[in-house]
Design a protein around this ligand. Structure first.
Ligand SMILES: [Zn+2]
Length: 448
């Protein structure tokens, strides 16, 4: 309906307005009339423009027998000179255009719109706090649903540093609620193959979107320089420093890449900025001799539940809350296991705590031995605690079993062998048929 309305009623009027307003201008770089469905925005540059608009409306009204509702149409002056203009439109000092609130003060526009977004994100996250998602799923949720609210605004307005910090704080709270030990934020932002969780860096992504939008329209960053100078002329603030830095960074980016402006993507700008602050996961710095490339690649393998991957990732990164670790950080008075009284390390918890634990571990060892047929007695410990998986065609079943075992042992309070087998069989039966074929080497899954 609104498309027909637009074509029949609005389009001739829009053409008349554009013609009238462009008439005596030498060069038109910005079109004066914008329409989104039946929402029309007109940018006036000359003090005579509002009168011209009224004349056009009069002529159009006479010809088409339509009447404009002046009380529903508003006028906002952006400069002191503009405030002296009198027109039949309702004067306002704020106006929402395509979802963004505009006022005559640029700093106001930036602050108000971003504040609104932060509140929306807070509300969005609050609604999901009680959901029991693992951290990998939470990152998907944040990247896809929570942060998507800000990408539109980021293309139009630069994000203030304090806003980005507020968003990171809210996101961090959601991600690590209930955790004592966490993965560092810088590591979380790395890609999976680098040992990260692919969490989006809010400030960098917003900057990349803003720069991309400027390059898209200008093919250079002149507008960014102009915005930066303009904001600096209005008032010296953290925004001024932030924009100056953004201009320098954008310049460096353009110098560093050898690519036509129209081929520049947000992704390209984002990865360039991310590369400037790249770090190694702390566990990788601690144990530099392990084959990390191989270890991290296992977290990208499909058909393993994300909950299993998450517990394994937490184990590899050393953030599991054992009594020994809690004792090291003075959280508990003793490093001893609550159940058996020996020192509670991660290997104790997974393989030695009780007869039931030992029984499950024995079953896992036998299954692993059947698959890899290696004779080294430590191989199974290395598989589970270091993800040092032997190179065999059946490495998938080894990995699947190791991760399933880690998840079961860390997440379940009462652990028994029949329950362990039942749980892994349940997951096995839910996977695709072609994956199940790969897992046939683990005979306890199919035995009756
Ligand atoms: Zn114990």
């Amino acid at each position: 309906m609104s498309m027909i309305l637009f074509t029949c009623a609005l389009e001739p009027l829009l053409r008349m307005l554009t013609l009238s307003l462009c008439n005596n201008r030498q060069m038109v770089t910005v079109l004066p009339v914008y329409a989104y469905a039946d929402d029309v925005i007109i940018l006036c540059k000359e003090t005579t423009d509002p009168t011209r608009i009224q004349e056009v409306l009069q002529v159009f009204g006479n010809a088409s027998n339509s009447v404009i509702n002046f009380t529903e149409s508003t006028f906002m002056a952006l400069t002191p000179r503009g405030q002296t203009i009198s027109s039949r439109f309702t004067n306002v000092n704020k106006m929402k255009i395509l979802g963004i609130l505009f006022t005559p003060n640029i700093m106001d526009v930036i602050e108000t719109n971003w504040k609104d977004i932060v509140n929306k994100i807070r509300y969005g996250i609050k609604r999901h706090l009680s959901r029991n998602l693992n951290v990998i799923k939470k990152v998907w949720h944040i990247n896809t649903f929570i942060l998507s609210k800000i990408w539109y605004l980021a293309q139009v307005l630069p994000i203030p540093i304090h806003t980005a910090q507020q968003i990171e704080k809210v996101v961090g709270f959601y991600l690590w609620k209930g955790f004592v030990f966490r993965i560092a934020r810088l590591q979380c932002r790395l890609s999976t193959k680098e040992g990260g969780l692919q969490l989006i860096n809010v400030k960098t992504k917003c900057d990349a979107l803003f720069i991309k939008e400027i390059i898209r329209t200008d093919h250079n960053i002149d507008t960014l320089v102009r915005i930066s100078n303009y904001v600096a002329s209005v008032q010296a603030s953290s925004m001024t420093r932030s924009l100056t830095k953004l201009t320098t960074d954008a310049n460096k980016f353009l110098e560093a890449i050898d690519i036509a402006p129209e081929q520049i993507t947000t992704k390209l700008i984002y990865s360039y900025f991310q590369d400037q602050v790249r770090c190694l996961p702390s566990v990788q710095c601690k144990f530099p001799n392990k084959n990390w490339k191989k270890i991290w690649s296992y977290f990208k393998i499909p058909h393993i539940p994300s909950s299993w991957k998450w517990e394994t990732y937490a184990l590899i990164n050393g953030i599991i809350m054992t009594e020994e670790r809690k004792y090291m950080y003075h959280i508990v008075p003793t490093p001893q296991c609550n159940k058996c009284g020996t020192i509670d390390t991660i290997s104790h918890r997974l393989t030695r705590c009780s007869d039931l634990t030992r029984g499950i571990w024995l079953c896992v060892k036998q299954q692993l031995n059947n698959v890899h047929k290696a004779t080294n007695p430590n191989i199974n410990l290395r598989i589970v605690f270091d993800l040092d998986v032997p190179q065999t065609p059946h490495y998938f079943s080894i990995l699947w079993l190791a991760m399933g075992f880690i998840y079961y042992m860390l997440k379940n309070k009462t652990k028994t062998l029949p329950d362990f087998i039942k749980e892994l069989r349940r997951v096995y039966l839910q996977t695709d048929v072609h994956v199940r074929e790969k897992l046939q080497t683990l005979d306890f899954l199919t035995e009756q």
